[in-house]
Design a protein around this ligand. Structure first.
Ligand code: NAD
Ligand code: USQ
Length: 392
């Protein structure tokens, strides 16, 4: 298949490009490099050193003989998007290309506006480009479990059957996101559902949980193929952060009481879920939602697992409960459905102790690169203007 990967230089997009290329698909990547620009401007960095897109793709070709073509460009640049769609004619568009963190979107007005503009307008352009140039192609869009929030009832996959005043309907599941980033995903979902209805497009919205892990079979083939390992307060997801904190003896940064429960997924399952979605496309006019996570944990549970794994490596892992910089429930009901991908053949890699030990070992290898100034959260939801640690 001809697969266009938007955001193919990122944490998930790069391993995905390798995975599809390794399976013999023709892969084309578009990325604006906004993620790398952020690091450069603010002196943040991936824990594992990563190569430029030029070097990565050259290394992949050298290793496997396979080519991944790419162009540096922004989804908000419609002529560029249109040209790639016309020339490449993808069978599937995988859309990772968004500003993807809650803390970034809550820094201040400028960052909230950037998040909305980049994500919502970018996705609207993608929808128009598909309609104008490749109406048969399948859009596979990364959404987030955070679109649902933490309601006091079971979370379904995208839709809920409702009976009200004697009448029944199947309606989009109510959305209660907890940051401007998560809200941008909700707005995307509405736009995609509407586009499928009016233009007969086909789309899968993957409401993914928090991803952990840094290696896939392909990234392990050569150090130049490594994907990023974010551990900082803005981009680091909780479990990856806990690993980086543990290996330098920094107390794990639990926000508030730590009862916050979320869906989690190993990066190895993310790449497979995308394959499953692409190989089983939505029908013309169909907008479907899959919840993409394999297990749920509270932050406290993750910290306990990290402590246990630390013991195995001879590391004493301490825990700290910080004032929660976010506005979120710290103890709540959480039960979410995730059967669609399992039914289509997903065989999950679960978070056993061995998995976390291997991520910690990776963090240990690069422990000297951890910048402590990037660990404590400086973005507080209750403030309208936050600042990042001064460039150092
Ligand atoms: P990332 O920031 O590492 O990668 C995103 C990539 O998209 C970056 O390389 C960035 O430069 C690029 N990009 C951003 N805006 C762009 C634009 N307008 N045009 C072109 N390129 C653009 O993030 P990631 O962790 O790889 O996440 C990928 C997607 O998966 C995101 O949409 C994110 O919301 C979603 N997701 C991630 C997680 C997670 O835990 N990492 C969980 C659920 C959903
Ligand atoms: N948390 C801590 N300590 C930390 C970091 C986080 O207690 O050091 C807590 C947060 O308060 C939150 C939970 O852990 O309750 C998860 O936080 P996170 O930063 O790992 O994840 P989140 O902000 O939800 O965002 C991440 C990705 C995002 C994706 C989302 C999936 O950055 O792209 O959409 O996970 S989900 O959580 O399902 O919405």
């Amino acid at each position: 298949m001809r697969i266009l990967i938007l955001g193919g230089d990122g944490y998930l997009g790069w391993p995905q490009a390798l995975y599809f290329s390794n399976k013999g698909h023709e892969v084309f990547v578009i990325d604006s490099l906004m993620r790398r620009d952020f690091d450069f401007e603010n002196k943040f960095d991936s824990l594992i050193p990563i190569e430029s897109l030029e070097t990565r793709t050259a290394a992949w070709k050298e290793k496997t003989g396979r080519e991944i073509k790419f162009v540096i460009g922004d989804t908000r640049d419609y002529p560029l998007l249109a040209k790639v769609m016309q020339d490449f004619k993808p069978d599937a568009v995988i859309h990772f290309a968004e500003q993807r963190t809650a803390p970034y979107s809550m820094i201040d007005r400028e960052h909230a506006v950037f998040t909305m503009d980049n994500n919502v307008i970018g996705t609207l352009n993608v929808l128009y480009a598909i309609k104008d140039f490749c109406p048969q192609c399948h859009l596979v869009k990364l959404g987030t479990m955070g679109e649902y929030g933490t309601p006091n009832i079971d979370i379904e996959e995208g839709f809920i059957d409702i009976e009200y005043k004697g009448r029944k309907d199947r309606l989009p599941y109510p959305k209660q996101p907890s940051s401007f980033y998560h809200l941008s995903k909700v707005h995307d979902s509405h736009n995609i559902m509407f586009a499928c209805k009016i233009w007969n497009l086909r789309a899968t919205d993957l409401n993914q949980g928090v991803v952990y892990g840094v290696e896939t079979d392909e990234t392990r083939m050569d150090p130049r193929l490594a994907t990023r390992f974010d551990y900082d307060q803005i981009y680091g997801t909780v479990l990856n952060r806990f690993c980086a904190e543990a290996v330098i003896g920094y107390p794990l940064t639990i926000y508030g009481q730590g009862g916050q429960t979320r869906g989690y997924i190993n990066i190895k399952d993310t790449v497979r879920c995308l394959e499953i979605a692409v190989m089983n496309p939505a029908a013309a006019g169909e907008y479907r939602v899959f919840n993409q996570f394999t297990e749920t944990f509270s932050v406290n549970q993750l910290a306990e697992i990290a402590q246990k794994c630390g013991q195995e490596l001879g590391i004493k892992v301490r825990i700290d409960h910080l004032d929660n910089p976010r506005v979120e429930l710290e103890g709540h009901y959480y039960k979410a459905a995730n059967t669609s991908l399992l039914k289509l053949g997903l065989q999950p890699h679960l978070l056993e102790d061995t998995v976390l030990v291997s991520i910690m070992k990776k963090a240990l290898e690069f422990a000297g690169r951890v910048d402590k100034k990037l660990l404590d959260p400086s973005v507080n939801w209750r403030r309208t203007k936050n600042s990042l640690p001064e460039n150092h």
